[in-house]
Design a protein around this ligand. Structure first.
Ligand SMILES: Cc1cc2nc3c(=O)[nH]c(=O)nc-3n(C[C@H](O)[C@H](O)[C@H](O)COP(=O)(O)OP(=O)(O)OC[C@H]3O[C@@H](n4cnc5c(N)ncnc54)[C@H](O)[C@@H]3O)c2cc1C
Length: 318
């Protein structure tokens, strides 16, 4: 980091943000794996201007900037995150323009689904109960129950590489399985507009209730996790969870990180797991599936933060 931490604190104070910030904020409180060391500075923006000002500050001062949503797809290093981390989950709200629903990036997808329900429209109910902000779901092109978020997207408002506000219209060619045009780009999602269709409250609610019940039945909320660890690959002939199961890896563990015995593509934190345990377990699963079946699984989980000092002890995997 180019700047001394106390100087960054002073600079953030001078920004007069509507939102708040915290120094040395443990990321275990902001990730669904419940692991991750401290973010040097964790900022909770309350307006688009907050986001823009903090991004400008980071750029001008050479401070690394990390964006997190609900932390539901992140594995944050035990050493934490250097520089400034923007916790977008504080940037919430929605508005209607006729049948177009516009939602701030930090809004929980379940709250966005409920906005549709209250307005008498079908839109994001398929995502109900999936832990995610709208921004995170767009970045990941989140999908479930036969739908992906791209299916209902109309446009996305971003801060572009030059920190200008730009509206990006939806273009189908830029989207595919777990791919969005925002990956690998220095764009920050501020809000998104969604196409909706008229629906009764009962119909929308029925989908929300059914999907939540299905997730509960599948053990999504039984222990801290990040959902599926690996992407599926049609060329492998079966879902990643099935392949991992066929290799007999349910129950494989590294410290307190375990391949769950109810879904082989879910790794759980039994309580007290280190991020490095989870990462080593991921590596071990990849190696074993590769050596037994010849398929190289690709992580869906995103590694985040300072992994430079993480130790690897393969003997911990049993
Ligand atoms: C129990 C459980 C079940 C799950 N089920 C599913 C499922 O059915 N389908 C599925 O697709 N996923 C699933 N997931 C994974 C996760 O919910 C999704 O990937 C989710 O969309 C992540 O959103 P997030 O807000 O937590 O983003 P984070 O995990 O915080 O971030 C993910 C990425 O998005 C980037 N990002 C976040 N917000 C912004 C922004 N505003 N601007 C720019 N970049 C941003 C981050 O930098 C990061 O690279 C599940 C996870 C859990 C814990």
């Amino acid at each position: 980091m180019a700047q001394h931490p106390s100087k960054i604190g002073n600079l953030l104070t001078k920004c007069n943000l509507k939102g708040t910030w915290q120094a040395d904020a443990p990321m275990s409180g902001h990730t669904t794996f419940r692991v991750g060391g401290p973010a040097d500075f964790l900022v909770f923006p309350r307006s688009f201007e907050d986001v823009q000002v903090v991004r400008e500050l980071a750029r001008n001062q050479g401070i690394p900037l990390t964006i997190v949503g609900r932390g539901a797809n992140l594995l944050v290093a035990d050493q934490g995150i250097r520089g400034i981390t923007l916790a977008m989950s504080s940037l919430v709200g929605f508005q209607w323009k006729q049948s177009l629903l516009t939602v701030s990036a930090g809004t929980d997808v379940s709250d966005a689904a409920r906005a549709g329900l209250e307005g008498g429209f079908s839109c994001l109910e398929f995502l109900n109960a999936m832990p995610s902000t709208v921004g995170g779901a767009i970045w990941m092109n989140a999908r479930c129950y036969g739908w992906e978020i791209a299916d209902v997207l109309s446009s996305v408002t971003v801060l572009d590489e030059s920190n200008r506000t730009v509206i990006v219209p939806f273009a189908a060619k830029d989207w595919s399985y777990k791919k969005s045009p925002f990956q690998g780009r220095d764009w920050l999602i501020l809000e998104a507009s969604f196409r909706t269709s008229p629906a009764t409250r009962e119909a929308v609610e029925a989908v929300m209730v059914a999907n939540e019940a299905d997730r509960t039945a599948k053990g999504h909320f039984r222990a801290p996790c990040a959902g599926s660890v690996f992407k599926n690959n049609h060329a492998f002939g079966a879902a990643s969870g099935v392949l991992i199961d066929r290799c007999g890896l349910k129950g494989l563990r590294c410290g307190k990180a375990v391949v769950s015995d109810w879904h082989a593509n879910i790794i759980i934190n039994e309580g007290g797991a280190l991020a490095s345990d989870i990462r080593q377990l991921i590596n071990a699963v990849k190696q074993k599936v590769h050596s037994q079946m010849g398929f190289l699984l690709e992580e869906e989980v995103v590694y985040c933060g300072d992994w430079s000092l993480s130790e690897v002890d393969i003997n911990k995997v049993v």
